[in-house]
Ligand binder design. Structure first.
Ligand SMILES: [Zn+2]
Length: 323
């Protein structure tokens, strides 16, 4: 049983993603490789380390081969290889394995773009050069917020905005692009401040990023955030907040804006009143592949007034400007 687990990825699925270079949606294969996991393991909201296992580098290559069998044979596609950690951390994916994966991908000319994730401290010219076998390479970095105070104290991410900027410059110099993850509503941040924080962060990262992915905070098991949530010190973001942030970011910036509403409508995920959740979730998914803000125009619900009142009270309590 254990043997089987190490030779198959955590997950692999086909979907669609917006391909900025051609301004259209294309097929996308996402692969979550099982590795030793993220070495950091301190982030208050992250439980992805639970997907890690004692896998060998040969296991990882077997997982990769297994996943590519699901790749589209008939059309071009985007490939995302995630590890729930850092693809460029050699404790997870060794240099030899990284180069072997690059060799595997070189044969797959249908791959339009490869996206991998890494913490900034592992980003080097040599490692990125290894991956240049694909037409477009994108490195995704989980910055979460441009605010060092929130990232270091509330998220406990352990790196600074300057560390991110250094890594982003290396990626750009290598001819690759940067996707930046921003977290909507880290713990200890009010709903209104959370919206303001992602909008401000998006402004600050836009010169380094071609894509901003807005991660709507959800409550994962066995995390600090789960303890806070159980004690009622935390509520996941409203989907109205996500829409508000997406609209403001997209209106002001040239970047592609995306958001995978994981767990939307569920109590541990981003949610509204219950009756409008699936409409908002679908609108966000439609927006991801069209980048068309008019999708949000016809959506309304009575709970929007409750959300607006919450923001007004946040403004009074925390001294922020009303939206
Ligand atoms: Zn509603």
């Amino acid at each position: 049983m254990r043997l089987q687990k190490t030779k198959t990825p955590v997950a692999a699925w086909l979907g669609y993603d917006y391909f900025k270079e051609e301004r259209k949606a294309v097929k996308c294969l996402t692969v979550i490789l099982r590795t030793k996991g993220c070495y950091w393991r301190n982030c208050t909201m992250c439980g992805f380390w639970q997907e890690s296992a004692d896998v060998s580098q040969a296991d990882i290559l077997a997982q990769m081969e297994h996943s590519l069998r699901n790749s589209p044979l008939d059309e071009e596609f985007i490939l995302k290889i995630f590890t729930s950690g850092s693809f460029l951390d050699e404790r997870e994916i060794s240099g030899d394995t990284r180069r072997e994966i690059a060799r595997m991908l070189r044969k797959r000319t249908a791959i339009k773009k490869l996206i991998v994730e890494s913490r900034p401290e592992f980003v080097t010219v040599d490692k990125l050069t290894d991956l240049n076998s694909v037409e477009h390479l994108e490195l995704a970095i989980g910055l979460e917020t441009a605010d060092d105070f929130i990232r270091l104290n509330y998220i406990k991410k352990g790196f600074s905005f300057d560390d991110y900027k250094t890594a982003a410059k290396i990626v750009t110099e290598c001819g690759a692009t940067v996707k930046t993850y921003l977290l909507l509503k880290p713990p200890f941040v009010s709903e209104k401040r959370a919206i303001e924080d992602v909008i401000k962060s998006a402004e600050l990262v836009s010169q380094y990023s071609t894509t901003i992915s807005l991660n709507l905070c959800n409550v994962q098991k066995y995390t600090v955030l789960e303890d806070l949530w159980r004690k009622k010190y935390y509520r996941t973001p409203w989907l109205w907040s996500a829409v508000e942030a997406i609209k403001k970011i997209k209106k002001n910036q040239e970047v592609v804006v995306m958001s995978d509403p994981v767990g939307a409508g569920h109590i541990r995920g981003p949610h509204n009143c219950g009756s409008c959740d699936s409409a908002l979730k679908n609108a966000i998914l439609d927006f991801n592949v069209t980048q068309d803000l008019s999708i949000f125009e016809c959506i309304d619900c009575e709970c929007k007034d409750v959300w607006a009142a919450l923001l007004r009270s946040d403004a009074i309590l925390f001294g922020a400007d009303p939206v």
